[in-house]
Design a protein around this ligand. Structure first.
Ligand SMILES: [Zn+2]
Length: 235
């Protein structure tokens, strides 16, 4: 895995050039955000070791396979480490693919692989885990969440945005990296979540696919406008 330093407390791990997860330094060790695709447990654990801290907890932005692929192997290697995911996407992790009556009744997209790991933290909007605040950002998946580092307003958004192949809101078509769009459940909901993320005035934007952007507000606003225009044309 390629390790990129976003700042002294924050490291991006990239597999195959396009699957990201993150190590965020806290007082008690690293918070691992997302669990990559399969086969990456040992490289992730080794990366944390090389950076000098143990993994203290695992948080997941959503239940797609390229974000939870190494979860079971990580949990097997680190059984005492708490695992957190949004309460809604926890159902996908357990293999329940049903939609709630209150949700848009459109088919789920993207790969969901059930995991045997039972999350110990079921997260909701406003919850705090270490320095991170949980932001509910449904759309890419019904229970997608993002994390705001309250120390410096760094924002880790999973697939709510992408920066690979161009900066885009989840659901916008980027021909050089269309994977995020093809895996997006409900674009209008994703657009609302993107507006909510921009309103947090983030200092940086870290995504599941693509590099971290500093001072991202202008490009986020542009990406939001782009998807707004695309969806308006379809009406
Ligand atoms: Zn995804």
């Amino acid at each position: 895995m390629k390790v990129t330093t976003a700042n002294e407390n924050f490291f991006q791990l990239t597999h195959l050039g396009f699957v990201n997860c993150y190590l965020l330094r806290e007082d008690d060790g690293f918070t691992l955000i997302d669990a990559a695709d399969s086969g990456q447990a040992q490289p992730i654990i080794q990366a944390a070791k090389n950076l000098g801290l143990p993994i203290a907890r695992i948080l997941l932005t959503h239940a797609h396979v390229d974000h939870v692929g190494s979860l079971d192997a990580l949990h097997a290697a680190l059984p005492a480490v708490p695992v957190g995911i949004g309460a809604r996407d926890a159902r996908f992790l357990a293999g329940d693919r049903s939609l709630d009556p209150s949700e848009p009744q459109v088919p789920l997209r993207g790969g969901y692989t059930p995991c045997t790991t039972k999350p110990t933290l079921l997260l909701h909007e406003g919850d705090r885990v270490g320095s991170l605040e949980v932001i509910a950002t449904p759309g890419h998946t019904p229970g997608h969440i993002a994390f705001l580092d309250t120390r410096n307003r760094a924002l880790i958004v999973g697939d709510a945005f992408q920066t690979l192949g161009g900066v885009a809101v989840s659901g916008a078509f980027k021909p050089l990296f269309p994977l995020v769009m093809f895996a997006t459940w409900h674009k209008e909901t994703a657009l609302e979540s993107a507006r909510k993320l921009l309103a947090l005035k983030p200092s940086s934007l870290s995504v599941g696919h693509g590099r971290t952007l500093n001072n991202p507000q202008d490009v986020m606003a542009r990406a939001i406008r782009e998807l707004e225009q695309t969806l308006a044309k379809k009406k």
